[in-house]
Ligand binder design. Structure first.
Ligand SMILES: [Zn+2]
Length: 306
């Protein structure tokens, strides 16, 4: 692999993937994840996997290859076999993708659909057009999300994603005061504020400040520092996934959003690539973003080598 351009698949791989009977499956292959190293459940968050799924479909589509989202090869944090007759593949709890096609199963490789966040409109629009707009929620999930949207649909609404417990060490947290300041600055122009957050304490502080202008789901939220999706004392794994999914669709349905460096924030732009937004970033997350975008550009031109 060492002489190969990072974004270009090898001829052999391409030949393999474009054979007629191939079904390209997307699953966590364990890179930066405990699931392959230690043989335990995949502990990645919902939108890290969602993003990989979307990029996987995108990748396969470019090769004109059949793809299938296969988050059922091991237990994931959102797998809820008790509610779904033994089905581990949580993707199928929310989206319609039909049965697993017959054929030769070829799992994805890490670099083919690594969930990178490229904050560029042309990238967002391309992936939206090719993949995201065709994702089909099932009826139950669709009506859950429509209910949530109906809480603020008729108002001018600002969405805000406040990252609480999820990956506190991957990207430094934006201090809460910065959210407060920017929300206050928008108060004149927006009637409602939709809040997506996994942290109960943050929500309560906002309630104290903004009262009934706040709109939010009644959701399971973390009381302490543990990421909510890795808290195994929560029985209803289906609901955990549903709530973060609905938060993301709701952000995408706002008139404008205050976003941060997270997969949830980023996915809302893939759902609605025309969404107006401000990105709150720390110095560290800014430099990380610029680095990723530079690598993306180099990959795009085929310059970077592994
Ligand atoms: Zn994993």
């Amino acid at each position: 692999m060492s002489n190969q351009k990072k974004n270009v698949i090898s001829e052999a791989r391409k030949r393999l993937l474009t054979q007629k009977d191939v079904v390209y499956t997307v699953r966590c292959n364990g890179t930066h994840c405990d699931c392959s190293q230690f043989g335990i459940d995949c502990r990645r968050g919902f939108f890290s996997l969602w993003l990989q799924a979307v990029y996987g479909i995108y990748f396969a589509k470019k090769l004109d290859t059949t793809s299938y989202i296969d988050f059922g090869d091991k237990p994931y944090m959102y797998s809820d076999p008790a509610q779904y007759q033994g089905e581990l593949n949580f993707w199928n709890y929310y989206y319609e993708q039909g049965n697993k096609p017959e054929g030769r199963i070829i799992p994805n490789e890490q670099f083919e659909n690594y969930p990178l966040r490229i904050w560029k409109r042309n990238h967002l629009r391309k992936v939206h057009q090719s993949v995201v707009k065709n994702l089909m929620l099932n009826n139950q999930v669709k009506s859950y999300i429509e209910n949530l949207l109906s809480l603020f649909k008729e108002f001018r609404t600002l969405g805000v994603h406040i990252r609480g417990t999820d990956h506190p060490d991957e990207v430094p947290k934006v201090p809460f005061d910065r959210y407060r300041t920017i929300l206050k600055a928008h108060l004149k122009s927006y009637q409602k504020i939709f809040v997506a957050t996994d942290e109960q304490a943050l929500l309560e502080s906002l309630q104290d400040e903004f009262g009934d202008r706040l709109v939010f789901q009644s959701a399971i939220r973390a009381e302490g520092n543990q990421a909510i999706h890795t808290d195994l004392s929560i029985q209803d794994r289906y609901r955990l996934g549903l709530e973060v999914l609905a938060d993301c669709y709701a952000l995408a349905g706002c008139d404008k959003a205050i976003l941060v460096h997270s997969n949830v924030s980023y996915a809302s732009l893939l759902l609605n690539p025309e969404l107006k937004y401000n990105l709150l970033e720390t110095k560290e997350s800014l430099s990380k973003r610029l680095k990723t975008e530079l690598l993306y550009t180099l990959d795009h031109w085929g310059i970077r080598r592994m």
